[in-house]
Design a protein. Structure first.
Length: 470
């Protein structure tokens, strides 16, 4: 269904009784397919995702029909020709393939409206019934001859094809049109040439002559309706699963925007319900970034300018962090807290963190220069890295959870970031973190300066620090 048909559910209109029967049937089936559905309440982006699935499905249906038509044409060309009467098969195949190609081309450039899909079903079934009807002319037999044509089995192919779109109404339309078509063919047999028609109750006679077994034709109609009903029920359930899957996929995609992809995956694939208080110990590196002078800027600048600067800053820093296997834990105003090796264990977490800090320095300097050249505010980016054993887990309450990291390394990283102002540096890490990173393969590409016995506010004893980037 397209977006307009979904929206129509909230303001249903009365069917136009002046229109022809097919249009009244379409109106009925449209309402039936919506009844009991809560899809109208879905967010627009979810409905658009479902519509895109329908568009792809319609193209798939067209390609399958094209293959079926070409296969039937090849079989016709390869088989010996029999019968001396008019042969409508080439014409029917040509019309069928032409309509299929037109629909495929239309579907590739625009969304097919509902009425065109209903007409497509009617034309498909109508051409098939016309083909079956023509058999008695081709072979010079009474009309009852075509009732035994195995070509009727193609009806079930056309019905099954409509399931690829995951909309019940088109399956129902296909089944009803097929049952009605076969009923008309059977009725034609009864009234066309009554003098040549023989009704029998003997099954052997029915199979070996042109006699008519009324029960057999009723069975065919009932079989078409039964198959249609079963498929419609199954498709209704499958449709609900499809909608649920699209909702989950959309939520998952949105979830990944609020969490690191690995955290989102962890939430989605957890074998048990995630509760506050569950966690795991990790050896990890904790990175803190901050904009120096941002508080003053935020208090004097326009709100839009403040948010624009934050967006630029975060859009530049986050990809650098992720590039080096870091995961953003949270945004703290103008601060960014990221982890290396906390979500997933890593053997190079310290080296990854320092490589990320190096690139952060270079990226931040280019950004500041570009903003200054444009006459904009150009705050300095400060950063710090610390390593240690941390606890990674869920905190909060039953209705509000958050994955985070807890530990001395988290606190030390935050304090080192603030110590940048004290030491006049852009980036700091403690001596043990620098040594660990080197043991993990890190080689500095920016100037480094080792500081000894630095008093860091909030830390009990003086620390040996390493200043990166001068």
């Amino acid at each position: 269904m397209n977006a307009t048909t979904i929206d129509d559910r909230s303001t249903p209109s009365k069917p136009d009784t002046s229109a022809g029967t097919p249009w009244r049937l379409l109106s009925v089936f449209t309402r039936l397919s919506r009844s009991g559905s809560d899809e109208a309440a879905l967010p627009e982006r979810v409905r658009q995702t479902i519509e895109r699935q329908h568009d792809r499905s319609e193209l798939l249906i067209g390609f399958v029909q094209l293959i079926v038509g070409l296969a039937f044409a090849c079989l016709y060309l390869a088989s010996p020709k029999a019968g001396s009467g008019p042969d409508l098969i080439p014409w029917v195949l040509a019309i069928y393939l032409g309509l299929t190609v037109i629909r495929l081309a239309w579907g590739r450039v625009a969304r097919l409206p509902s009425w065109s899909l209903v007409l497509s079903v009617i034309f498909d079934m109508g051409l098939l019934m016309l083909l079956i009807w023509s058999f008695h002319l081709k072979y010079g037999q009474p009309p009852s001859f075509y009732l035994k044509a195995p070509t009727l089995l193609y009806v079930f192919i056309f019905i099954a094809l409509r399931t690829l779109r995951f909309e019940v109404r088109y399956v129902v339309v296909a089944g009803l049109v097929a049952a009605t078509g076969w009923g008309l063919l059977f009725g034609y047999v009864l009234v066309a040439e009554p003098d040549r028609m023989e009704v029998t109750r003997d099954y052997v006679t029915y199979l070996t002559s042109n006699s008519v077994l009324i029960g057999a034709e009723i069975d065919k109609i009932l079989s078409i309706l039964a198959v249609t009903g079963i498929i419609a029920i199954a498709l209704y359930r499958a449709r609900r699963l499809l909608v649920h899957a699209v909702v989950e996929q959309t939520a998952s995609r949105d979830l990944s925007r609020f969490f690191a992809p690995e955290v989102a995956t962890k939430i989605k694939t957890s074998q048990h319900e995630i509760r506050a208080g569950t966690g795991e110990f990790r050896d990890a590196a904790i990175l803190n970034l901050d904009l120096r002078g941002f508080t003053h800027f935020a208090s004097t600048a326009e709100p839009d300018a403040v948010m624009a600067l934050l967006s630029e800053y975060q859009a530049l820093m986050v990809p650098v962090i992720r590039k080096h296997s870091g995961r953003v834990d949270k945004f703290l105003g103008d601060g960014i807290l990221a982890t290396f090796g906390a979500v997933e264990p890593s053997s190079t977490y310290a080296a990854d963190g320092l490589r990320a800090l190096e690139e952060v320095i270079e990226t931040a300097q280019r950004w500041s220069e570009a903003r200054r050249a444009g006459g904009g505010e150009a705050p300095t980016v400060n950063g710090a890295l610390a390593t240690g054993r941390v606890l990674f887990g869920a905190v909060g309450s039953d209705d509000r959870l958050e994955y985070t990291v807890i530990g001395d390394a988290v606190n030390l990283s935050a304090k080192l970031e603030k110590a940048n102002k004290q030491t006049g540096s852009m980036v700091l890490c403690d001596g043990p973190t620098f040594a660990l990173a080197q043991s993990q393969g890190y080689e500095p590409t920016v100037p480094t300066c080792h500081l000894t016995a630095v008093e860091v506010p909030g830390v009990a004893r003086p620390l040996g620090l390493v200043r990166l980037g001068g």
